[in-house]
Ligand binder design. Sequence first.
Ligand SMILES: NC(=O)c1ccc[n+]([C@@H]2O[C@H](COP(=O)([O-])OP(=O)(O)OC[C@H]3O[C@@H](n4cnc5c(N)ncnc54)[C@H](OP(=O)(O)O)[C@@H]3O)[C@@H](O)[C@H]2O)c1
Length: 258
Amino acid sequence: MVFFTRHFTRVEDLPDLTGKVALVTGGNANLGLYTIQHLARKGATVYMGARDEDRAKEAIDLLQSEGLGPGNGEVRWLDLDLGDPLKTRKAGEEFLKLESRLDILDAKFESRDDFNRQFDEMWSPALARYALSKFCNVLFTNELQRQFDEESVPIIVMAINPGGIDTDRTRTLFRDSNILIRAIYYVVIRSFHKAPTAAKTIAFIAASPEVRSKDGIYRGAYLEPPGVLSKSSKVAQDLGLAKQLWVLTEEVVKTVEV
Ligand SMILES: NC(=O)c1ccc[n+]([C@@H]2O[C@H](COP(=O)([O-])OP(=O)(O)OC[C@H]3O[C@@H](n4cnc5c(N)ncnc54)[C@H](OP(=O)(O)O)[C@@H]3O)[C@@H](O)[C@H]2O)c1
């Protein structure tokens, strides 16, 4: 049961990341924010992908005040709104002007209206919509890894379930659900990890030498806390479905001329 996993020690073994460049989307809060902290504390230059300059600067101030030692990496804001493909493309272009390398990309969002089914018929539409988006993340990961492998591109793509974490997202998700789900949430919330601990798993998969040295195992892998290899559901492993999602995504993106 991932909610109750207690041991997140693997991030302590991360190597020195000085000279490495990372981009963390959703970087100004919770899991993204603390993933940045773990990577920068090992010396990486980390771009915080965030859509609101004030919130990004506040988050960078917080990281500075909590300290980036011992590695003393750097955290920089990248103006990135993932809700708009045109702005996303602009952020990519901006990044390419600033950097000639990207060692770690921690991307966690998929969103376009066409994928936003409402699920009003379900007992918890908010949870159903969320589950669909996470399902798409796993399919997308599989197809992207397949394409990289086909073209012999040495990039490793992974999907991670960080477990149940007490963040703004979970609070909103459960607040918008029915009374039963809310009641369950208030009981289990005490066993949820806080973001700084949960982000250790993300930092581990982003920067551990183990991942590169065992890339046959980690390519396209699905992990659960604390960074353990697991298996996604059978339907999430369906390569035909992953391809369909890819093709549809490309079509949607073309309609907005990205
Ligand atoms: N918390 C959990 O228990 C849990 C469990 C499994 C998986 N996850 C996944 O882990 C990821 C992070 O979760 P979290 O709990 O840390 O979420 P969170 O507290 O809601 O933080 C989300 C972050 O994403 C940013 N964001 C939202 N929409 C954006 C957009 N259109 N463009 C750019 N940035 C945007 C937010 O920035 P703003 O301040 O600009 O809104 C914020 O920094 C999510 O993908 C979530 O599904 C979480």
